[in-house]
Design a protein around this ligand. Structure first.
Ligand SMILES: *[C@@H]1O[C@H](CO)[C@@H](O)[C@H](O)[C@H]1NC(C)=O
Ligand SMILES: *[C@@H]1O[C@H](CO)[C@@H](O)[C@H](O)[C@H]1NC(C)=O
Length: 250
């Protein structure tokens, strides 16, 4: 009994703090945040309490971002300047968002529960082409998938690292060529509208035919033929009549 209590306490302790970088897997945040994954960004949980007490307080914690297919061959750089964002297309890996371990504190030292505890990867646009900012957190250039890990470094090289995350695919922007125009895949809504339009057209046609039949049946029956006299004819007739009268008096 005492033993299981001790194990439980150790598990709680291990879950909240001091689990160490080598067993930590970076992950997409579970916080309720809009745009957790977009076409050029994704949002991670901060590696809180992962490096504290393991690395020197002056070490820098970097985020390594890699194309998934480049992870297998990746070896940690000696220096943080080797993998700038601006050469991501060439290296398939870049390093960004460097900070000190104290910025990823343990929950015990966190006073404000409203504090932002996430990292948005790809959120910076001004430094995309600025070679003085190799740590640029620039937009991700394609749908990925990407994998990330946190890497602690001091001036002589890496000092600790986490595991790689699982692959993170981004939302793909749809280009006009890829929009499906296959008529076999018409939606139920489109089919319903087409059906209603067909029925309306049929009703209209029936009404037109009925009107024509009605008109011609009138002509044939001759019951109600209205003869419209040309107003000009009427006028001429009247004028002629009035004109003729004085002539008759002579
Ligand atoms: C990984 O390295 C091996 C051997 O160095 C090479 O043959 C292979 O093409 C590399 N793979 C990638 C995805 O770069
Ligand atoms: C960097 O870290 C390594 C391993 O932790 C250590 O041996 C080395 O002395 C450190 N270098 C500096 C300049 O702090």
């Amino acid at each position: 009994m005492r033993c299981s209590l001790a194990v439980s306490l150790m598990m709680v302790f291990g879950a909240t703090c001091g689990q160490g970088p080598s067993v930590y897997t970076p992950r997409l945040t579970s916080e309720q945040i809009g745009g957790k994954i977009t076409t050029s960004t994704f949002v991670l949980d901060q590696p809180r309490c992962v490096f504290n007490g393991v690395v020197n307080p002056t070490d820098e914690i970097w985020l390594v971002v890699a194309q998934s297919n480049a992870v297998k061959n990746f070896t940690n750089p000696r220096s943080s300047t080797e993998l700038p964002y601006q050469e991501f297309e060439k290296n398939h890996v870049y390093m960004t968002m460097s900070t000190v371990p104290s910025n990823y504190p343990c929950p015990e030292s966190t006073q404000n529960s409203d504090e932002i505890t996430v990292l948005r990867v790809g959120d910076e646009t001004k430094c995309i082409a600025d070679f003085s900012r190799p740590d640029c957190n620039g937009p991700l250039p394609g749908p990925g998938p990407y994998q990330v890990k946190f890497l602690a470094m001091n001036s002589s090289g890496p000092t600790a690292e986490t595991k790689w995350s699982s692959p993170i695919p981004l939302i793909q922007g749809k280009s006009p060529e890829t929009i499906d125009t296959n008529p076999e895949r018409l939606s139920a809504g489109t089919i319903a509208i087409a059906t209603i339009l067909s029925i309306l057209f049929a009703l209209l046609l029936a009404a037109l035919i009925a009107a024509l039949i009605y008109k011609y049946s009138d002509v044939c029956g001759g019951a109600d033929i209205v003869t419209v006299r040309d107003p000009a004819t009427v006028m001429r007739y009247t004028t002629h009549h009035i004109y003729d009268q004085p002539a008759n008096k002579f």
